[in-house]
Design a protein around this ligand. Structure first.
Ligand code: SAH
Length: 253
């Protein structure tokens, strides 16, 4: 490739990255005001980038739960994206994973995981497996993770990546996550990573008492809603504004 073509390719790449609409938050400022330092070109480049991601994108923006920070510093995010996106794997943005879907920005993965208040004995349901990255982060913390993906090719690829990385506590099924996965209910936490217009009732039904659901709700403009189910009622709290891909519905109830 000559220099001119390479520049055009780089420019197109940047435009595509800047225009990705989904799974991104309107971010709180980086409180330290520090510039992200350049990574060393050493062999452990990805590990270094991951550590920087945890410090500058997560800790500095207020993620405090050490279990979440540890999980995010362990999961090799670059293994979940296509080869051509690997160099961007730890950047502060969502990335394409094929089939017009995206892997969420690291901050959003951490924010949702922290909001779900997951502990080591928990059984967690994720809707929207995508490439399997969020499932892996959940799998680092929870006892068992069930994840549903509606696009069969993505479900198959996520299954393969997760098994190659040795996650034995994550099960992925192909299907419509709106209906949940009643066989394994109730769940201590439910994380939804595609945005429905309203909170699916089957998911509320499948949430355990004292469980939490973290879910982006809305159409073009969405908010992450944190829903807590108590013995008596369901409490919903709108939190940060986000843009996720819409929840796909095959048949509407
Ligand atoms: N959590 C994913 C990213 C989510 S992108 C990750 O870490 O990579 C949203 C995903 O939700 C997409 O893969 C999309 O295909 C899936 N999705 C959309 N509607 C769905 C539905 N009704 N049921 C299950 N998955 C759905």
């Amino acid at each position: 490739m000559n220099f001119g073509l390479a520049s055009i390719a780089l420019l197109l790449c940047c435009i595509l990255l800047m225009s990705l609409p989904s799974c991104a938050a309107e971010l709180p400022p980086n409180s330290s005001g520090l510039q992200r330092p350049k990574s060393s070109p050493a062999m452990k480049q990805f590990e270094l980038e991951r550590r920087e991601m945890v410090d500058y994108q997560l800790r500095d923006r207020g993620i405090q739960d050490e279990r979440v920070l540890t999980a995010m510093s362990k999961v090799p995010r670059h293994q979940f994206v296509g080869l051509s996106w690997r160099d961007f794997a730890y950047s502060d943005r969502p990335l394409p994973i094929g089939h017009q879907q995206t892997i969420s920005q690291p901050y959003i993965v951490a924010y949702m995981t922290e909001a779900a208040k997951i502990s080591t004995e928990d059984k967690v349901l994720e809707i929207g497996t995508g490439c399997g990255y969020q499932a892996a982060v959940l799998g680092e913390i929870a006892k068992q993770v069930y994840s549903i993906e509606i696009i069969p090719q993505l479900a198959a690829r996520a299954r393969q990546t997760l098994s190659q990385l040795g996650y034995e506590n994550i099960e992925v099924k192909t299907g419509d996550g709106y209906q949940g996965w009643s066989e394994h209910a109730p769940y201590d936490a439910i994380i939804v990573t595609a945005a429905p217009k309203h909170i699916p009732q089957p998911l509320i039904d499948q949430l355990a008492t004292n469980g939490k659901m973290v879910i982006p709700v809305g159409t073009w403009y969405q908010d992450i809603v944190v829903l807590t189910k108590t013995q008596e009622r369901v409490v919903k709290k709108k939190t940060i504004p986000v843009r996720f891909v819409p929840m796909i519905r095959k048949s509407r109830p």
